[in-house]
Design a protein around this ligand. Sequence first.
Ligand SMILES: Nc1ncnc2c1ncn2[C@@H]1O[C@H](COP(=O)(O)OP(=O)(O)OP(=O)(O)O)[C@@H](O)[C@H]1O
Ligand SMILES: O=C(O)[C@H](O)CO
Ligand SMILES: [Mg+2]
Length: 415
Amino acid sequence: MKNLREDAFRIIKSSIDSVLPEKAIQQELENLSLDDNIHIVSIGKAAWRMAKAAKEFLKNKVKDGIVITKYGHSQGDIGGLQIYEAGHPIPDENTIKSTKKAIELVENLREDDVVLFLVSGGGSALFELPVEGVTLEDIKNVTDMLLKSGANIVEINTVRKHLSRVKGGNFAKLVEPAKIYSLVLSDVLGDRLDSIASGPAYPDSTTIKDVEKIIKKYDLQLSEKILQALKNETPKHLNNVETRIIGSVTKVCESAAKIAQHLGYNTIILTTTLDCEAKEAGSFLAAIVREEKERERPLKTPCAIILGGETVVHVRGKGKGGRNQELVLSAARGIKEYQEVLIASVGTDGTDGPTDASGGIVDGETVNRLQEKGIDVEKVLIDNDSYNALQSIGGLVITGPTGTNVNDLTFILCD
Ligand SMILES: Nc1ncnc2c1ncn2[C@@H]1O[C@H](COP(=O)(O)OP(=O)(O)OP(=O)(O)O)[C@@H](O)[C@H]1O
Ligand SMILES: O=C(O)[C@H](O)CO
Ligand SMILES: [Mg+2]
């Protein structure tokens, strides 16, 4: 008989290891063979690790550089680079302060200078300087509203780009006449480069008209001042950028499948673009488990059914949680009392929502165990309080910041 929990942790660890940035960065830099005069600007949750890998490879070809990452996501000096931590998912004073430092670093560069721009998810919150007339307080309010609206990341970033002096290609404009090479870890489904970290160095495909549609669709209550500011159009053409994607959720799923196979599971990747409401994804996964348990379909057991993507949560309650935790808890409702089954879901960055967990694991006993503690799953889901519920029964997955960020991995193990 298999130890599903132990296997789940192995799958999580090894598949995340496969998308750590070091190897990919080294390979790209070998191909690029850059000259001297390199300036590193690294933003996002994986910024520290990406910058470290680049600096170790390029050594003293690097003139200077800056890292802007989330609190708790940097791990000390990287030979002479400025290192900053700032607010995420809501930007704060340190976001603005460090973004100004990055602009100082690039604004007087010459044509023979090169900016190596290392981009990972989280960059939208960590790299920001609002357009004239818009304050940090405004940005915080708009960000909070967008995150809770149920809008997807492409929609959220469409709005953010039109309020920013660095997003939506504007950073590349500030770097001119120097050239930018962007290496990107994708945490946006479909790898839309103008959405990842709000595309600071990529021509923006979204327009003021798109912003207007999103405001209407989600009934966003914005002040007259913000509505005016949103009329700034973003650059649609850039002449100084070259961009490459170095990691994505597809890779994580493929690695997870390989490891599961190696551990003796029949394996299938169902999708790499799961993007519905977390609770609904949970119900869907439970339905798949029931099919497995009753009819061994679509795979003979033992089996691993793997999904990648990024669900959304319409946060209405006052509880603590994240989309992965909410997904598994919702799934737990539909697999009650089944034996030898487990559902896991984690954010590859190690952070699920504003919590210190990367996700959660549930099984057929989860709902009963919660009941014994007097916790009603339906109520927990209404309160968006998945963290506290899962914590009380040892159902959290805690990895700490991983150094990478390529969406979420979800899987079922059945024996
Ligand atoms: N109590 C809660 N329960 C469930 N989900 C929540 C809760 N509070 C916030 N969230 C969700 O957490 C998400 C933000 O957390 P997280 O840091 O994992 O996002 P992210 O998309 O990985 O960030 P980024 O893309 O910038 O790296 C929001 O989309 C929000 O819907
Ligand atoms: O920072 C962001 O905008 C998201 O993580 C998507 O890249
Ligand atoms: Mg995340």
